[in-house]
Design a protein around this ligand. Structure first.
Ligand code: HEC
Ligand code: HEC
Length: 225
């Protein structure tokens, strides 16, 4: 019975609310079981298909920090069908539907931890895979960008630019303006295989004007708009 007060004391110490006692957030320890934090030395189809989460080794060139801080506290779905949508597809007629109930929920953290994790993620610059300044951001025609996305270049077959409208095999893009840096969007569209040789988004051979106007369009898309 003597143990009980002792135990209570230990519990009070470890859960006593002292922020100082909390270990610093550690990407490697907490996140690397699901996310690649370094460029994979040997990319392969097997690695890509068995990934538990999207790659984060270029996170600092990809995300807006504000979005990261919010999302890490309250994660929401980004890929409607999960990292590998076909693992969550239910065969059906005339088309497959998604079994969204089988999607895992993402671990959430408190505000202070989210800020520290976001800083650590923003330090992962991604080996020059994104060229800063590639998106010029001027004079791009938004209406033409929307038309290219939806009709001319077929992005909408795999991506949604409006909630519930469009394909589900790629990440949703209707919040891309909150989530993604324009130079990243431009770089990804230009050459998806630069990020992973085996990624199944096709290299579409887009002209520079197309890259500029589609990037302009996608990065105006914000949640709740
Ligand atoms: C159990 C596996 C798992 C763990 C552990 C995990 N994640 Fe994730 N993470 C995922 C999955 C799955 C997604 C994709 C969610 C989606 O697309 O809807 C994701 C998405 C993300 C995204 C958005 C990526 C994108 O491309 O849009 C970020 C940022 C992220 N995780 C950060 C973290 C951090 C930081 C940690 C550690 C504190 C962590 N994750 C731990 C599975 C995990
Ligand atoms: C055949 C399906 C397909 C088509 C067509 C396609 N994409 Fe993708 N796209 C994908 C997939 C799948 C990914 C995610 C790959 C991964 O993370 O493994 C992706 C990723 C992206 C990303 C990065 C998003 C993120 O959250 O990291 C952007 C931006 C993008 N696509 C834009 C476009 C645009 C613009 C077009 C049209 C010009 C297009 N895509 C056409 C399948 C497609």
């Amino acid at each position: 019975m003597r143990l009980l007060p002792l135990l209570a004391g230990v519990l009070a110490l470890s859960f006593g609310g002292s922020a100082l006692a909390q270990p610093a957030p550690d990407l490697k320890a907490q996140c690397s079981s699901c996310h690649a934090l370094e460029k994979p030395a040997a990319p392969s189809v097997e690695r890509l298909w068995s990934r538990k989460g999207p790659d984060l080794w270029y996170a600092g060139a990809k995300f807006n920090r504000d979005w990261l801080v919010k999302w890490l506290q309250k994660p929401t779905t980004i890929r409607p069908g999960g990292v590998m949508w076909f693992n969550h597809a239910k065969p059906g007629e005339p088309r497959d539907t998604l079994d969204t109930a089988s999607l895992p929920t993402h671990p959430a953290v408190d505000a202070a931890t989210a800020a520290k994790l976001a800083d650590a993620l923003m330090a992962l610059k991604g080996d020059g895979v994104v060229t800063p300044g590639a998106y010029k951001g001027e004079g791009a025609n938004l209406a033409m960008g929307k038309l290219a996305f939806g009709k001319l270049r077929g992005c909408v077959a795999c991506h949604q630019d409006k909630s519930g409208e469009g394909g589900v095999s790629g990440p949703q893009l209707y919040d891309a303006g909150d989530r993604l840096q324009p130079d990243y969007v431009q770089a990804y569209m230009k050459d998806p295989q630069a990020f992973d040789r085996f990624v199944w988004m096709p290299r579409l051979g887009l002209s520079d004007p197309d890259l500029q106007r589609i990037t302009a369009y996608i990065t105006t898309l914000k949640a709740g708009k």
